[in-house]
Design a protein around this ligand. Structure first.
Ligand SMILES: Cc1ncc(COP(=O)(O)O)c(C=O)c1O
Length: 396
């Protein structure tokens, strides 16, 4: 599906028709579907877990959940977790980072009372014995066990257990506190792999990460088999490496989000078959002939004109019309960003220009409802997660 001028001309006309009038985050469902299709050629739907921070809209996650027949999510933020429990009472949730114990306590105090069964459906991440000791106290306070996933370091060195001795210490602690703790599984993230610099190779880094994971697992299976009540959730990967986990992977649970909308940071060889599915569309407020920068007005315009757009300074790269550029000299603005275009560009005031987000996390939260399109039709507007604490009575 080419992203040529026709695509953006049609999208721009659509935004004018719906009278958006403000910057929007557009999500193209045809492209999202294609990306999901590619993903499902690699992995079974039951082994996928969608990363909420990278697809931060309950309705977007609902859509993916319907398509895949599962509700398995990775979550990184307490307000999102509270909204997910309210909107997805059947979800299986794995926390993608260790949370402060204060945030965990707030979860139990603020969560909506519904059928979401936290011991069985929510795995908290633990990276140290100290955290496990906090979990034990919390479990006693709430009067039920908490489920734990252990973070292991498979080479990215973002924390997590580094060796078998620390794993043994953690597993001994869990073994000694079966009333309070349940070992649900392991989490090891491998986003360093595609960045392997010379003389290392990406393929070797991927193998090494899988081996590391396998070694931790073997150790746990060999020495603590009684802690496996039901199959352990063996989670890892992410968009950058999802295509590198084949049948030989020790994982049974693959989390990812960004690849489905493919922001520019995910223009990686491992994701070359995926296509961008999210764009920022912003109205042009002003078009001025030439380029005039304060104090250096005499600088030649170089055959370019100036645009000022509604909003700006997003983590995003200009992509349409052809030749659209930021000006490092003029600088960026969140209110009315200056951009330049070739003078023969026919972009006019009230047209929309397009930028491609560098990442979906955080950026997708900056525009209010997602503007959801399919083909050349506006399908719906999907609210994004609220970035605020939510006591249960405020969640609908
Ligand atoms: C633990 C973990 N797993 C998976 C992911 C993958 O998310 P994405 O596919 O959106 O890059 C991340 C992203 O930060 C992560 O931290």
């Amino acid at each position: 599906m080419p992203t040529g001028n026709d695509y953006f001309t049609a999208l721009g006309a659509l935004l004018r028709d719906i009278g958006s009038g403000t910057p929007r985050m557009v999500v193209d469902l045809d492209r999202l579907d294609d990306n999901l299709g590619r993903l499902l050629e690699m992995h079974s739907p039951e082994s996928l877990r969608f990363v909420a921070k990278s697809l931060p809209s309950p309705q977007l996650l609902q859509y993916l959940s319907k398509r895949t027949g599962q509700q398995r999510l990775m979550v990184f933020h307490l307000p999102f977790l509270l909204q997910i429990v309210a909107a997805f009472p059947r979800a299986n949730v794995l926390m993608g980072k260790p949370m402060p114990i204060a945030a965990m306590r707030r979860f139990y105090a603020d969560r909506v009372a519904n059928e979401f069964e936290d011991t069985g459906q929510l795995q908290w991440l633990a990276d140290t014995k100290l955290r496990l000791m906090q979990f034990i106290e919390l479990a006693r306070a709430i009067g039920r066990p908490v489920s734990v996933s252990i973070e292991i370091d498979v080479g990215m060195h973002r924390g997590g257990l580094a060796d078998e001795d620390s794993l043994a210490e953690m597993l001994d602690t869990i073994r000694g506190h079966r009333e309070e703790l349940r070992l649900a599984g392991f989490m090891g993230y491998d986003a360093h792999v595609p960045k392997a610099p010379w003389p290392h190779s990406v393929a070797a880094a991927a193998e090494r990460a899988k081996e590391r994971y396998g070694e931790f697992l073997e150790f746990a299976w060999a020495n603590y088999p009684e802690l496996e009540e039901g199959e352990w959730c063996v989670n890892g990967a992410g968009s950058p490496t999802i295509a590198m986990h084949g049948e030989e992977s020790p994982l049974n649970d693959y989390s990812l989000g960004s690849a489905l909308v493919k922001p520019t940071s995910f223009d990686l060889p491992t994701l070359q078959d995926f296509e961008p599915a999210a764009w920022i569309a912003a109205p042009v407020l002003k078009r001025l002939a030439g380029v005039r920068i304060p104090f250096i007005e005499r600088l030649p315009s170089g055959g370019r004109d100036t645009l000022f757009i509604y909003g700006g300074k997003w983590m995003a790269e200009p992509c349409y019309p052809d030749g659209l550029r930021e000006s490092p000299i003029y600088g960026l603005s969140s209110n009315q960003q200056m951009l330049t275009v070739p003078s023969d560009s026919d972009v006019a005031v009230d047209d929309y220009i397009f930028l491609r987000p560098m990442q979906s996390e955080a950026v997708m939260l900056q525009f209010g409802d997602l503007c959801v399109v399919r083909g050349n039709r506006h399908i719906d507007d999907w609210p994004v997660f609220q970035n605020a604490g939510f006591p249960a009575e405020r969640i609908r």
